[in-house]
Design a protein around this ligand. Structure first.
Ligand SMILES: O=C(O)CCC(=O)C(=O)O
Ligand SMILES: [Fe+2]
Length: 202
């Protein structure tokens, strides 16, 4: 397990044919305190119920799903209907599209109120994302640890400290062979916002 400086760019190839790229300062005005505040104040944050093992519980974070009209995203027994882009989110999408050379038609926004909020092990492998989705994730606010582990086999876990203003891109077959999570971090008192840009084909 390795943690490198949060200030250096990093490209890691994950077997068999996946890639994770981290860029510490990709967002406007990095570390982007103003971007954080604007997203926190302008988006329509909600705590949704989610089904795990047949039980409905409140998600341990707040979310808002935005995108082109008619886009739907189904996960964990939820169906999210995209609400319209804000002008601010469209500008951030442009930045991410320039960095990645990819197009995105939606963004899942996550607000972790403090270190008690988290996202458990999962893959972004819903069928509407396609076989080898490119998932581009911007982070703002509190620095949090992001971990990947193989679904099976002996490969080592991989960790990133996601700094404010950073961009993390997962591509290739990462979602097929690896899981990722944003674990609890009880020492963290501050909030973090994460935007994961996706291309959804409904
Ligand atoms: O908050 C993060 O960095 C991870 C978010 C994530 O994995 C997701 O939205 O699918
Ligand atoms: Fe994810």
């Amino acid at each position: 397990m390795s943690i490198e400086s949060v200030d250096s760019a990093r490209i890691v190839d994950l077997p068999p044919a996946g890639r994770v790229e981290y860029r510490p300062c990709a967002a406007p005005g990095c570390p982007s305190r103003e971007v954080f505040e604007r997203l926190r104040d302008d988006l329509d944050w909600r705590q949704l119920p989610v089904r795990t093992f047949g039980r409905a519980i409140a998600q341990p974070r707040l979310t808002d799903f935005r995108g082109e009209a008619g886009i739907r995203y189904r996960y964990s027994g939820l169906t999210l209907e995209a609400r319209p882009w804000t002008a601010h989110l469209l500008r951030l999408r442009e930045v991410v599209e320039q960095h990645t050379g990819q197009r995105f038609n939606s963004v899942l926004c996550n607000l972790y109120r403090d270190g008690r909020d988290y996202m458990g092990w999962h893959a972004d492998d819903e069928p509407e994302l396609g076989r080898e989705p490119v998932i581009a994730s911007l982070s703002f606010g509190a620095r949090r640890r992001f971990t990947l582990k193989p679904r099976s086999g002996e490969a080592e876990r991989l960790e990133f400290e996601l700094a404010s203003g950073s961009l993390l891109v997962m591509s290739g077959d990462v979602q097929r062979f690896w899981l990722h999570q944003l674990p609890r971090a009880l020492r963290v008192r501050d909030a973090r916002i994460n935007l994961t840009f996706r291309y959804i084909a409904n």
